[in-house]
Design a protein around this ligand. Structure first.
Ligand code: SAH
Ligand code: SF4
Length: 417
């Protein structure tokens, strides 16, 4: 591992990691403009020598080119004097995450393996449906939490993604889907093409816990929602959390997107085991925070995600308790039942189809919607909880080296005996 790599210290299983990092300079000294707020672009231009009035105008123009038209070259910015293109190129860059691999599933789901500028891998997934196209965006490389059913949680190396790397996923998807508006066209998040490829929705459900990277996720989503740019409505964006209770109110107030909560169990015993953050913020605290979530109402319900694990959390009694809890806390809720997606070495099996049906029926009978989510992109390991990159392989190599060193030491002891 190189000395300048920016890995986080891996904290205890439930502690947040510090996230603050300044705007990025590339190795060549140029400043990355993607991920900066409008004002930050203006300040960067001033810092590079433009007078305040010109910096303000140029920032507005550049913002439009970056986020409305998807431009990555200053030379294409036709309303900026040609003479300035070279100067801008020498000072600034507009980049996309590097694509290492792009895969397409038999069901049309696409997965991209991406790499940060300092060499860490992460993934994004696009899921086309009959009436929408959803991009599943990552917030971290790996995840510091260790939910026992989630492959991402087994990754050893973790770092927060920068705003540029988060918003960059959306921009890359627009590139790949050929969906930047043409000259004179308005940005639209409501039209959907008949080939089912328009990116209409975003879910923060890729790798990582978004509320452990709050500042960067907030900055990135503000850019995604900006009407002069990507222009996606907050109603089409959903943030999923495993239950970082102290950040939930801020997420509602400061970002304002839809909330999904990875509940997955209704008793302390089972949730402590499968979603270990529960030991820190229990079910009562979590559901109280849900009841107080700003903006949640019957028209904008909170989604409770519930992974179906055979003989672990899937009994009729669990389903009845789930209904009771939702009613007790008076939550505007819907439940998403997710069949467990297996991964090599996973300690669980998916509940039977019959069990899932019975569980779902009980919730429906309680007056709560409980659709069973169809797994998508399983053949390319793109389904919920299957995201995991070679970052782990690197650390496995480290482990192998350590094991070899231990063996040598043991041999040494053996020889000495
Ligand atoms: N860290 C966030 C968001 C990413 S996970 C969170 O936990 O909410 C997105 C969803 O996929 C979560 O509900 C997660 O619990 C679920 N998930 C994880 N592993 C899974 C698996 N193997 N099968 C099915 N769903 C899984
Ligand atoms: Fe992290 Fe979410 Fe996976 Fe839990 S389910 S390990 S919080 S990504």
């Amino acid at each position: 591992m190189s000395a300048d790599t920016q890995l986080m210290p891996i904290p205890g299983p439930v502690d947040p990691v510090p996230v603050k990092r300044a705007a990025q300079c590339r190795a060549d000294g140029r400043i990355e403009l993607v991920g900066l707020a409008k004002d930050q672009i203006r300040f960067a231009l001033e810092g590079a020598g433009l007078d305040p009035k010109q910096a303000k105008l140029r920032a507005k123009q550049i913002w439009h080119w970056i986020y409305h038209r998807g431009t990555t070259e200053f030379a294409a910015m036709t309303d900026i004097a040609k003479a300035q293109h070279g100067w801008l190129t020498a000072q600034f860059v507009i980049t996309r995450p590097a694509v290492i691999e792009a895969q397409v599933s038999t069901d049309g789901t696409r997965k991209w393996l991406l790499q940060t500028h300092d060499g860490h891998d992460y993934e994004m997934v696009f899921i086309p449906d009959a009436d929408r196209g959803t991009l599943c965006v990552s917030s971290q490389v790996g995840c510091t939490l260790n939910c026992t059913f989630c492959h991402t949680g087994t990754m050893k190396l973790v770092r927060n993604l920068e705003p540029a790397e988060i918003v960059g996923q959306v921009m890359l998807a627009r590139d790949a889907l050929g969906e930047w508006p043409k000259e004179g066209e308005a940005q639209s998040d409501t039209s959907y093409t008949s080939d089912g490829r328009m990116l209409t929705n975003i879910v923060m459900m890729g790798m990582g816990e978004p509320l452990y990277n709050f500042d960067h996720v907030k900055q990135a989503l503000k850019i995604v929602m900006d009407g002069d740019g990507l222009g996606l409505s907050k109603r089409r964006i959903t943030l999923s959390t495993s239950g970082v209770v102290p950040m939930m109110a801020r997420a509602g107030e400061e970002i304002g997107v839809n909330l999904a909560v990875s509940l997955h169990a209704v008793t302390k015993e089972v949730r402590d085991e499968i979603v270990p953050i529960n030991k820190k913020y229990g079910i009562d605290e979590l559901l109280t925070a849900c009841a107080a979530y700003p903006g949640a109402n019957n028209a904008r319900r909170i989604t409770f995600e519930y992974v179906m694990l055979k003989d672990k959390n899937d009994s009729d009694a669990d389903a009845r308790e789930l209904v009771r809890l939702i009613k007790h806390y008076d939550l505007p809720a819907k439940v998403n039942l997710i069949p467990f997606n297996p991964w090599p070495g996973a300690p669980y099996e998916c509940s039977t189809a019959e069990r899932i049906r019975s569980f779902s029926n009980i919730i429906f009978q309680g007056g709560i919607s409980a659709p069973v989510r169809t797994p998508r992109g399983r053949d390319i390991d793109a389904a919920c909880g299957q995201l995991k990159t070679s970052a782990e392989k690197r650390s496995r190599a480290d482990l192998d080296r350590e094991a070899a060193a231990l063996r040598e030491a043991a041999d040494g002891l053996h020889d000495a005996a």
